[in-house]
Design a protein around this ligand. Structure first.
Ligand code: ADP
Ligand code: MG
Length: 253
């Protein structure tokens, strides 16, 4: 399918109230944003401000209690085959090999398994040698790459990442960020990433949204057009943008 730069995801005045045993809890209010095809957005904000809730709504896995979410001009009411979600805890099946874990989504869809395409992707992600191993035989960083591969193998036009690198060490984290940037440059999917890490947010998000408040909303949007560019992370502009985002976050945390 041709991928143009037209807006393809739009959130209009979203609100989400959870109805819990102890009463209603409004997690999000007045959230509006739009994402063009192949655009990347990072979302930062204190714990509990509704970031995961927003991402789950974008994945079609939670329904907003107010407002609209539109994907390719149509209200998003359930999971969509063009939208893939990667969670922090990998979600890999321990009894399946890396290869089988990666093929799982394709098999569930009953699509043909294209081994060459998978092999190319595994090469890009640097895990070609691991296909016959089981998740517990891998490091945290390798597991996270397998989780990424499992999402990317479905060729999503929108990749959603919820604090994807939170459980790996700092060096691995930077390496994974580079891999995501390089994969984005070669595959050009839209991406929304929730993270606690300011450098990660600025490295990968062409817009950085700062969320906060209770209920949560978007308080600030920092434009960051050079995100995902090779070499951006060592530029002065990168550090300036990190400082801007940090200042904003300090005001809401
Ligand atoms: P964040 O990802 O920013 O930490 P969440 O979206 O996970 O925030 O949560 C926002 C608020 O909504 C929190 O107060 C949380 O306890 C509440 N919440 C999240 N998921 C549910 C749920 N399934 N049922 C009830 N409350 C929830
Ligand atoms: Mg969360």
């Amino acid at each position: 399918m041709a991928r143009s730069s037209h807006e393809f995801l739009r959130c209009e005045n979203l609100e989400k109230t959870y109805f819990t045993e102890s009463g209603p809890l409004t997690a999000l209010t007045g959230v509006s944003l739009s994402l063009k095809e192949q655009e990347t957005i990072s979302i930062v904000g204190p714990s509990g401000c509704g970031k995961s809730t927003l991402l789950f709504i974008m994945a079609g896995l939670e329904k907003p209690t107010g407002g609209n979410i539109i994907f390719r001009g149509i209200p998003l009411e359930r999971a969509h085959k063009e939208i893939a979600l990667v969670l922090q805890d990998y979600g890999l099946f321990p009894w399946k090999t890396v290869q089988k874990n990666i093929e799982l989504g394709i098999r569930i869809r009953r699509d043909p398994v294209d081994r060459q395409m998978i092999a190319n992707l595994l090469g890009e992600l640097g895990i070609s040698e691991k296909t016959e191993l089981y998740p517990q035989q891998l490091s945290g960083g390798q597991r996270q790459r397998v989780a990424l591969a499992r999402a990317l193998v479905l060729n999503p036009s929108l990749l959603l990442l919820d604090e994807p690198f939170a459980s790996v060490d700092a060096m691995t984290r930077e390496r994974l960020q580079d891999i995501v940037g390089a994969t984005w440059r070669s595959r050009h999917f839209g991406m929304v990433m929730v993270t606690h890490n300011i450098q990660e947010a600025v490295g990968l998000g062409k817009k950085v949204l700062v969320m906060g408040g209770n209920p949560g909303s978007i308080l600030m949007c920092v434009d960051n057009p050079r995100a995902c560019e090779e070499g951006y992370r060592v530029s002065d502009e990168f550090y300036d943008t990190c400082r801007t985002v940090r200042n904003e976050l300090e005001q809401v945390s």
